[in-house]
Design a protein around this ligand. Structure first.
Ligand SMILES: Nc1ncnc2c1ncn2[C@@H]1O[C@H](COP(=O)(O)OP(=O)(O)O)[C@@H](O)[C@H]1O
Ligand SMILES: Cc1ncc(COP(=O)(O)O)c(N)n1
Length: 271
C-alpha cells in the first residue's frame, strides 16, 4: 500500500534535552501524521534545567539545507522557531522569500523557559522588518509580544491593541499566547486577517512540565494547516491538544520537564 502524506518544514534550533525546539516540533508533527523536514539554524546544549550553550550555524549550511529541502520535497506549510541572531534571521527571511513552502507560522522564540536568550536584541528589528511581514500566522507569547510592540502589556485591552499593532506590521493573523498571563487565567488572544477577534480558552494546568509548549503549539498549527484544516479550527485544536497533554505528565528530567506528546492518544482530540 502506498499513500501521500503532507510534508512540512521546521526551521529551528535543536534541543539536546529533547523537549523543545526542533525536537518538540518533530514529535508534534509525527503525532499529527505529517512528514517533518528540518532546517537547523543552530545547536543548543540544553536540558530541562536550562540552556548550557548555544551555537548558531553558518548561513552557508542553512542556505544549503533550504536548497536540499526545496529540491526534493513539496512543502505544504512551514514554521520558524529559534533563529539566534540578526544574520540568521536575515538568512531565513531571504530563503523564505526565495522558496514557496505554503503558509508560514512564525514563532518568534526569544527566551527559553529557564531564562536563556535565544535571540539577540539586535535581531529583533530584523525579525520585525524582514520575517514578520511574511507570516501568515505569528505566535508570540506575552513577553515576546511586549518586545515586538516595545511596551508593557498588562490588561486584556493592552493585549488586543498589541494584536492590532503586530498585524499592522505585516503579520496576517496574530496569536498572543497567554501562558504567561497569570497563574489562574489561560487565554490566547487571536486577531484574524479579517479583523475578527477570537479568544482561545482552556483550563489552567498546574504543572511545571511546560518545556516546549510554544514549539508544540506552533507545530500543531503548521501540521493541521498542511492537512487543510481551517485556521480557526486549527488554533482550537492546538489549544485543546496543549491542554490535554499538559494534564498527562511524564516524569523526565529534573527541571521544567518536557511535554508528553503521546498524551492526546486515545482521547477525542482530533489530529
Ligand atoms: N500551565 C498551563 N496550563 C494550560 N495551558 C498552558 C499552560 N502553559 C502554557 N499553556 C498553553 O500552551 C500554549 C503555549 O503558550 P506559552 O507557554 O505562553 O508559549 P511559550 O512556550 O512560547 O512561552 C498556549 O496555548 C498556552 O495557553
Ligand atoms: C532550541 C530551542 N528552541 C526553542 C525553545 C523554546 O522553548 P519553550 O517553549 O520551552 O520556551 C528552546 N528552549 N530551545
Amino acid at each position: 500500500m502506498t499513500k501521500n502524506v503532507p510534508e512540512v518544514l521546521t526551521i529551528a534550533g535543536t534541543d539536546s534535552g529533547g523537549g523543545a525546539g526542533m525536537m518538540a516540533d518533530i514529535k508534534t508533527m509525527q503525532m499529527c501524521h505529517v512528514f517533518a523536514t528540518g532546517v537547523v539554524t543552530g545547536v543548543t546544549a540544553q536540558n530541562t534545567l536550562g540552556v548550557q550553550a548555544a551555537l548558531p550555524l553558518p548561513t552557508a549550511i542553512i542556505d544549503q539545507q533550504f536548497q536540499s529541502v526545496a529540491n526534493d520535497f513539496t512543502i505544504q506549510a512551514v514554521k520558524t522557531g529559534a533563529l539566534f541572531d540578526q544574520e540568521r534571521v536575515a538568512c531565513v527571511a531571504e530563503n523564505l522569500r526565495k522558496y514557496h513552502f505554503g503558509p508560514l507560522v512564525v514563532d518568534p522564540v526569544m527566551v527559553a523557559k529557564g531564562g536563556a536568550k535565544l535571540l539577540t536584541d539586535a535581531a529583533i528589528t530584523t525579525l520585525v522588518q524582514e520575517l514578520l511581514p511574511l507570516a501568515d500566522v505569528i505566535t508570540p507569547n506575552l513577553p515576546e509580544a511586549q518586545v515586538i510592540v516595545n511596551r508593557q502589556l498588562t490588561t486584556e485591552a493592552d493585549i488586543w491593541r498589541a494584536c492590532t499593532d503586530i498585524q499592522a506590521m505585516g503579520a496576517k493573523n496574530v496569536v498572543i499566547k497567554g501562558g504567561h498571563l497569570t497563574h489562574q487565567v489561560n487565554h490566547d488572544f487571536v486577531l484574524l486577517a479579517n479583523g475578527r477577534q477570537l479568544t482561545l480558552t482552556g483550563d489552567w494546568v498546574n504543572t511545571r512540565r511546560t518545556h516546549g509548549t510554544g514549539d508544540t503549539f506552533s507545530s500543531l498549527v503548521v501540521s493541521q494547516l498542511a492537512k487543510g484544516q481551517e485556521l480557526v479550527d486549527t488554533l482550537q485544536t492546538a489549544k485543546t491538544f496543549l491542554n490535554t497533554i499538559l494534564q498527562d505528565e511524564i516524569i523526565v528530567g529534573h527541571g521544567h520537564g518536557p511535554l508528553n506528546h503521546w498524551g492526546a492518544e486515545h482521547t477525542n482530540v482530533q489530529i
